[in-house]
Design a protein around this ligand. Sequence first.
Ligand SMILES: *Cc1c(COP(=O)(O)O)cnc(C)c1O
Length: 378
Amino acid sequence: MEYPKVKRNILLNPGPATTTDTVKYAQVVPDICPREKEFAQIMKDMGEDLVKIVHGDLDKYTAVLFTGSGTVNIDATISSLVPANKKILILNNGAYSGRGAEVCQYYGMDHINLELPIDRPIDVAKAEEALKADKDIAVVYCCHHETGTGVLNPIREIGAMAHKYNCTMIVDTTSTYAMIPIDMEKDNLDFVMASAQKGLMSMTGLSYVIGKTAILEASKDYPKRSYYTNLYQQYSFIRDKGEMHFTPPVQTIYATKQAIKEYWEVGEEAKWARHQRVWEALHKGLDELGFQDIIPREMQSRLVISVKYPDDPNWDFTKVHDYLYENGFTIYPGKVSDLPTFRLCSLGTIDVPDIEAFFAELRKALEKFNIQIPVQYK
Ligand SMILES: *Cc1c(COP(=O)(O)O)cnc(C)c1O
């Protein structure tokens, strides 16, 4: 069936990302009850693909799917994977790992919130000190890529250290999964997570945790701190019935099925190469206009750039944003504590020509609002 083309917006925000029309239209399907065998088969295949994307062995790792945005995974893993009388160590170097600490607070969980500088990767030695000091820590939690700043954390080293102290390693990979290659075994990970609207470039509403089946089984007897997001409850339901416990996001699952097909067609290496070339094009354009970024480039994920507001009396983020938005480009506010920044991201089905078109519009916006070019900093 032929469908009309959908207006193509270039999203430079950190997800949801620009999607293909084939993914958008994959949602248009005959009505189906998700308790049907046909749908269960789609879910089963999808679960296996989600494990394979992070090179997980299907005999050892399982995907647990949830309806919800990415935070549902943070909630589920933290509330479900800490044994009784044990603690979780949160390596907090940004807003997303900080969200993990908030989940602990909401559930009244015994946790250590190790606050680290947000403008650089986690110092593994600091994390080790914390582990050495407290024998009750059973789980280590961090974020792979702090989407607020664009800082990438050394998860392989952190995972190795967590395992040295016999801890379970949970990593929020929401903003790297299906973009930066991840390997469960080699990267020393027990649980990772993501959402369909980020790296897979699908629609919102589907999130998934990929983790060690043996630990999921063991978590049956762990304290239950949440109902809707209990990982064991969802895992065992999928294991026994092949269905999600509660209503799945049916249309998003069809879109994601198509998105996974397109992911395999492009391939892990080529996709990561594309994100990196978009990141380089973003830097090139920023450099040409004189914009400065916050995080040293070698520490950047290559997926998010935090850009400093110019010191120009005419600079007004909202005005620039609105002008760009009218022209099909979305830029995003920053999240580097109180620093006045905005973000440009290299997620989505976009490539270098889109970025060149973006900078042509950004230049027009700067001219329109009488912002000096190159932009000025004090
Ligand atoms: C997007 C994102 C999430 C999920 O945020 P939601 O608003 O719930 O979708 C979680 N962690 C990271 C690192 C993210 O980038």
